[in-house]
Structures are given as C-alpha cells and as structure tokens.
Design a protein around this ligand. Sequence first.
Ligand code: 13P
Ligand code: SF4
Length: 315
Amino acid sequence: MNAEDLKREIVKLKEEKNAVILGHYYQRDEIQELSDYIGDSLALAQEAQKCDKDIIVFCGVHFMAETAKILNPDRKVLLPDISASCSLAESCPATDFRKFKEEHPDHLVISYINCTAEIKALSDIICTSGNAEKIVRSLPENQKIIFAPDKNLGGYINSVTGRNMLLWNGVCMVHDAMEAESVLQLKIQYPDAKVIAHPECNAALLQVADFIGSTKAMLNYIERSGEHRFIVATEGGILYEMRKSFPDKEFITITSEQSCSCSDCSFMKMNTLEKLYLCLRDERPEIVMDAALMDAARKPIVRMLDISKQLGIIK
Ligand code: 13P
Ligand code: SF4
C-alpha cells in the first residue's frame, strides 16, 4: 500500500474500532497529521486520563503508552512499535533506584515522566518538563528531594529554584548531545534569532538560550514573541507543528558533531505509517501490565495531575 492508501485505511479502522490516536510532537510528520490529539507529555497524559474511546493508539514511546494504560487500565492501549524506548527511562533501572532511595530515606522522590512504571511506583510525585519547576516550588523549602532520572532537567530546576535536589545521573541522548558551540555558530549566522531550548539539554547549552521550556511552552513562547527567527534546541519533530502554526516564522535546528548529524530521536521515529496501520488492524502490540504495578504507579501520576490543576498549569 502506498502512503495515501495507508492513511485512508488508518482513518477507516480508527472509526470502525472507536479508537483515538494520541501523538507526541516528536512523531513523524505523517503520524502527527493523522493524530486526533498532538501534545507534549503533560497534555497527552491529561488527554489519556479523559479518554472515553475503546482503544487508545499511542504514537510516542513506551513510557508514554504505559502512562496512558495506567490511567486507563480497562482500555486497550496500543503502541505501533513496542520497542520504542527512551534513553532516560533506560538509564534508571528499578533495582538500582530502589537502593538509591533506601540510602536517602528522608527524601521525597520526584520522577520525570520519562521513566518506567517501576520507577513511577517508587516515586511520590511525577512531573513533566511542563510542570516540574512549579511542582518543586510548591513543596516546602526544607523538603529534601531526589529528582530522577534526568540530571539536566533536575540541574536546571535546581538552578532556577535555588534547591539542592539529589539528581539521578540520566540524560536524554538527543538533547544532551546538542552543543552550545553549535548554537553559538548559528547565532553568528543568524544574529537576530532567538534560541529556544528544552530543559533536557545540557547546562552549557541552556546558558546560551533565550527561552527554556517544554515543547508546548516553546510553542507558546513563539506565539507571544514578536520575533521572526528561532534556533530550536529540541527534537526535530516539533518543526511540523511550528511550521504549521507559524508559517511566516523561520525555524533553524541544531546539528550535533557527537551523535548523528540530526536532532531526531531514533525511538520516537520507530513508529511509522505502516506500523500504525498494522497496529490498528491487528490490535497489537498492546501494553499489558500487572494490576498492582499500575495501582502503585498511578498514585504519583494522579498527584501530578491534581497539583497541576490546583496550580492552574492545566484545566
Ligand atoms: P515534553 O513533551 O514534556 O516536552 O518532553 C519532551 C520529551 O523528550 C519527550 O520524550
Ligand atoms: Fe527519550 Fe529523549 Fe527520545 Fe524523549 S527525545 S523519548 S527523552 S530519548
């Protein structure tokens, strides 16, 4: 089947099966085009919580589909490529993390949503890049905190809040590889451009950014900014939404010397049109999880969503 036939079949199957397609901003353009809802991790978790369809097809990575399943244990949750992992989730094995937590019994555990269900189950509160700073600020100043698994996001939150959270040593392989030097080179070429960066980037890069925020926060910044040109320090998939929403503005991505010469997340790009079609047709790969694990992992996710509502971050 060619791409157009695949798209037609996907739309047909989705209607027949009363399914919804949730897609992250880092997915391939053609998948974002077919998604009923596109968002960042926070918005997708909230959308998953509200979902009333029989099937959720999650076009993102494994921890995101797992989160959707945890919030909807009675619905079928599908992930087009079940091996779509995440370097942050992989950096934090549950046995090591449990030991680390036991070594610091007086600490509260805040985990970034980019982690496995086992890590969520060991956490007190989950956060995303869209609410991490406000969640940390909402806690008493003297509260001791472990922040896992992203040392870049945790370090950034420490720097803006003045906290001294204990950081797990994990990174996003895509954002961490982006170099401040590449941004500075681009700034010479485009001196008028504003640098917008995701907090998963390393500290040196964040220092040269004009704006730091989650994927959704970057889109909001572009919308309210009078500027025309932006150097974008995050995964390249976001350009689909940026160009669609702001056709008159110009976006420049960062290339990295260290990794491949692109800003793509290989895990996010594992979902293809063909895999999406097969997944809707065959209703697999399905996310299947242990009920007790889901119950334990749900508590800190619901706590995050409740705090986010109380703080006015989400409606
Ligand atoms: P957000 O969608 O929360 O900005 O996170 C980015 C990311 O790396 C997701 O894997
Ligand atoms: Fe994980 Fe980074 Fe890929 Fe997001 S972009 S899924 S954090 S590896």
